[in-house]
Write a protein that binds this ligand. Structure first.
Ligand code: GLN
Length: 493
């Protein structure tokens, strides 16, 4: 394997700038890795020409002394981001063949910063899922395998499963993800990489296929905290085309990185100690607590009393918004159309949506329309909105006692494909530690913190105050330095 694929974002940027290798060599190395790893099903479309064109531009920019922050860095883009002229399906048959005539703001910013695109990354259909098994294009396979025999293919998590596998298997130095209720953090934890969901509104949602608009946020997934900081800086910023975009300057997260957490107070929420969670999760959490204490942070036990209502509230609010957002897929405006052959418009809608959406998406649309229906709106949707407000208030109160929270990212290590696909509730439980920060719109990161007994990665989550990405990144860097996670999967694919 070419060693260039072992490099992350900062190393590529610095190496291209120093002339140690050309951007073209880097792009070629990753393009080769992507081709070799097709068995992982991480990419839905490969765009080597895009990556090479950006690399050539980067090499010319070096010669003329005009390198940009991501010059020479080839990226994978989750298939939820509309990419101009490049097939964008959100993992769904209903968008089969759709080539947007426009570019999402986030991908446009990355390209404007000099990055190229290796391809579009597989994902759960419309980002609904925790295992990548709801993708119309088949599940993504994790590059990790259990060390205790049994070669059952594992999930890379979801919904950004293609993103996770691509980074873990060294098919891209960094990628985009999106997180509505954990879809950056849980897959990052499952494959031993780092992923941050910024404060709601930091990254423009314009051109990102909508799932649940009040929760959806873009963010980077990469090998380490520094690379996430570099990526997030390029992705963030005010966009007048998204009415929920924050009109604030983008901080210099990378240059202000510091792992000095002396005197910081790290809250351990007692409600996150959930019965039935395997002991290995507790063990890695305790390890993280000890590492942060060694780093000079003060550990305080805190309470977020409404935590247990977060998951049920999320699984009312997210489907409600999804049912409304997905109403636009009617066979008229985008993608696929199925003609029942009788000339009836309603029958065309029905046939298109029946054939175009998968089972999980249909389930969410059914739940969403039910909780929004006149007879049940107050009992479910309104009630869930009130719970959401209480959860946000829990966090506001907790910041009087601590600067960040440290929790597990997911309630287990990666599971085998097929293990939970028949049981939606078991699948939804994956998000138990991730959704509270989503409901409150707070920045949260997952950092790999150790391996379990089967040699699989486990992640820890750091949640911070709104707009305090710097604090979250710094605390994550402190954890990363002390956890010393260097494990990587054997290249069997
Ligand atoms: N797993 C969660 C869901 O299925 C979260 C998905 C996401 O964050 N996009 O809704």
């Amino acid at each position: 394997m070419n060693a260039l694929t072992d490099l992350g974002v900062a190393a590529i940027r610095d190496g291209v700038s120093a002339g140690e290798f050309s951007a073209r060599e880097v792009a070629q190395a990753f393009i080769g890795a992507v081709e070799k790893a097709r068995g992982l099903n991480a990419f839905t479309v490969e765009t080597p020409d895009h990556a090479l064109a950006a690399a050539n531009a980067a090499d010319r920019a070096r010669a003329s002394g005009s390198l940009k922050p991501l010059s020479g860095v080839p990226l994978g883009i989750k298939d939820l981001f509309a990419t101009s002229g490049v097939r964008t399906t959100a993992g769904s048959r209903i968008l089969e063949g759709f080539e947007p005539p426009y570019e999402s703001t986030v991908s446009a910013r990355l390209f404007a910063a000099g990055a190229g695109m290796l391809g579009k990354l597989n994902m759960d259909e419309f980002a609904m899922g925790s295992s990548n098994e709801t993708s119309a294009w088949g599940p993504v396979i994790s590059p990790w395998r259990r060390s205790d025999g049994g070669n059952a293919p594992l999930t890379p998590g979801g919904s950004s499963g293609g993103s996770a596998s691509a980074v873990a298997a060294r098919l891209a130095p960094a990628v985009t993800g999106t997180d509505t209720g954990g879809s950056i953090r849980q897959p990052a934890a499952f494959v031993g990489i780092t992923g941050i969901k910024p404060t709601y509104g930091r990254c423009s949602r314009w051109g990102i296929v909508a799932f649940a608009s009040s929760l959806d946020q873009a963010g980077p997934m990469a090998r380490d905290v520094r690379d996430c900081a570099i990526m997030l800086e390029a992705m963030s910023g005010f966009d007048p085309k998204d009415s929920t975009s924050l009109d604030l300057p983008v901080p210099r997260w990378e240059s202000n990185l510091s792992s000095d957490v002396r005197g910081k107070r790290i809250g351990i929420p007692k409600e996150y100690r959930i019965k039935g969670v395997p002991e290995e999760i507790d063990t890695v959490w305790e390890r993280g607590i000890a590492l942060m204490r060694d780093a000079g942070a003060e550990i305080v036990e805190v309470s977020l009393p409404h935590t247990r209502y977060a998951l049920p509230a999320y699984y009312i609010i997210a489907p409600a918004e999804a049912s409304s957002n997905l109403a636009r897929y009617d066979g008229v405006r985008y993608g696929r159309r199925v003609h029942p052959g009788n000339g009836d418009l309603t029958a065309m809608y029905e046939a298109t949506r029946a054939a175009g959406f998968g089972a999980e998406v249909k389930r969410r649309i059914m739940i969403g329309t039910y909780v929004l229906s006149a007879g049940f709106y107050d009992a479910y949707f309104n009630q869930a909105q009130k719970v959401r407000a209480l959860i946000a208030r829990d966090f506001e109160r907790v910041w009087e006692k601590c600067d960040y929270l440290l929790t597990p990212t997911a309630p287990s290590a990666a599971f085998a494909l097929g293990d939970k696909s028949a049981d939606p509730i078991a699948m939804y439980l994956n998000d138990v530690f991730a959704v509270p920060a989503s409901l409150a719109g707070l920045p949260a990161i997952s950092v790999p913190a150790g391996l379990n007994e089967q040699g699989l990665p486990l992640g820890l989550q750091i949640v911070g105050k709104a707009l305090d990405e710097q604090g979250v990144l710094n605390a994550a860097l402190a954890l990363e330095e002390r956890a010393g996670f260097t494990a990587r999967p054997d290249a069997w694919w």
